[in-house]
Design a protein around this ligand. Structure first.
Ligand SMILES: Nc1ncnc2c1ncn2[C@@H]1O[C@H](COP(=O)(O)OP(=O)(O)OP(=O)(O)O)[C@@H](O)[C@H]1O
Ligand SMILES: [Mg+2]
Length: 337
């Protein structure tokens, strides 16, 4: 799939704080990225790195307070979603930009049949009549691989397996033909074989429909299956971005290099992958300088003192690391670091 030169969605310098009892904690610290038409973009990082918060804040889905949308812009079809009114945001949410979450069961309404739930979102967002919407729901169920779609229509969520519930969520997300689908760890709660099927399905649908996909996972292996480009997040910032093949074959940031080592390998004994030593810092206790420095094997003096910038290394790759910033050598020479 070729990507157009104009992004369909652009996040610019997103900053988000959470107000807590003990004060205010910075959870997004200047996140910027573009999503191009028809591309699949992965966001990877350990638990707590800010993947979910990034995606929810694009559409201001986090209640404020406690979320405090500090700074930043989100451009989508000439609108800045950070400054758009509720009515404009409602039109975009679920219509032009749709979400698929990890826990299908908690996102589905237990007292409505699965058919009626998907039909409802069609009735809200499109001008279809009820019979048209019902026929469309059956088509969608077939498309996402729900067997006996006609009969399943009248079933309730608890009558379905986890894998089928997730397929209903995908049907619901696709119902209004969104331009962008954001899937947040959509397979984490499922068995491995079902995970593979869901990943395959999303990949197929994304390619057939030419939609743009943001796929969040802490598993770089899954990201590699589905995504053309990857953002690596650490402590509320993007620390590396680039085409999936470059990230895998030539990771530049020591954090990305460590993440790659955590992918369980098929050719090694079970359980032999190494987790990254140490823990991701909490937003209240971010280390000074580079937030990764206490866990970094390549740490230098400057890393403890100054925050690195996200620098372009090649036309498509960016890295936030002093090892890749030529200005650090100049600072060494002038004795500033
Ligand atoms: N409602 C909230 N109030 C305060 N802090 C929050 C809230 N929601 C998230 N956070 C904090 O924001 C940071 C980023 O969380 P986020 O859920 O985006 O991480 P994640 O990368 O999606 O992790 P996971 O892989 O576990 O889903 C974490 O430190 C988290 O504790
Ligand atoms: Mg998350």
């Amino acid at each position: 799939m070729t990507k157009s030169n104009t992004p369909i969605l652009s996040a610019v310098d997103l900053h988000l704080n959470f107000q807590t009892e003990t004060g205010t904690t910075p959870v997004l610290r200047g996140v910027s990225f573009d999503l191009y038409s028809g591309e699949s973009l992965g966001i990877v990082g350990e638990s707590g790195s800010g993947k979910t918060v990034t995606c929810l804040s694009l559409l201001k889905l986090l209640p404020s307070p406690p979320a405090d949308y500090r700074r930043g812009e989100v451009h989508f079809h000439g609108l800045d979603l950070q400054r758009a009114g509720e009515a404009e945001l409602r039109k975009v949410r679920g219509g032009e930009i749709a979400f698929i979450f990890q826990e299908a069961m908690s996102a589905l309404n237990p007292v409505l049949t699965i058919g009626d739930q998907v039909q409802e979102s069609l009735l809200i967002h499109t001008g279809m009549s009820k019979p048209e919407a019902k026929a469309e729901v059956v088509r969608l169920f077939e498309q996402v691989g729900i067997p006996d779609a006609g009969q399943r229509y009248a079933q309730y969520p608890h009558q379905l397996s986890g894998g089928l519930q997730q397929r209903v969520m995908i049907a619901m997300a696709l119902a209004c033909r969104p331009e962008v689908v954001i899937a947040d760890e959509p397979t984490t709660a499922l068995d491995v074989t079902i995970q593979v099927q869901i990943v395959e399905l999303l990949k197929e649908l994304q390619q057939d429909r030419g939609m743009s996909l943001i796929f969040i996972s802490h598993d770089l292996g899954v990201i590699a299956e589905i995504c053309q480009r990857v953002l690596v997040m650490y402590a509320g910032q993007i620390v590396e971005s680039g085409p999936a093949a470059d990230i895998f074959d030539h990771p530049q940031h020591p954090y990305t290099q460590q993440l790659i080592r955590t992918i369980p390998r098929l050719d090694s004994p079970r359980g032999s992958f190494e987790p990254i030593a140490g823990q991701i810092p909490s937003p209240e206790n971010l280390p000074g300088g580079c937030a990764f420095h206490p866990r970094c094997a390549m740490v230098m003096d400057i890393c403890r003192k100054e925050t690195p910038r996200l620098l372009r290394q090649s036309p498509l790759c960016e890295v936030r690391c002093w090892l890749h910033d030529p200005s650090h050598k100049e600072k060494d020479l002038t004795g500033k670091s």
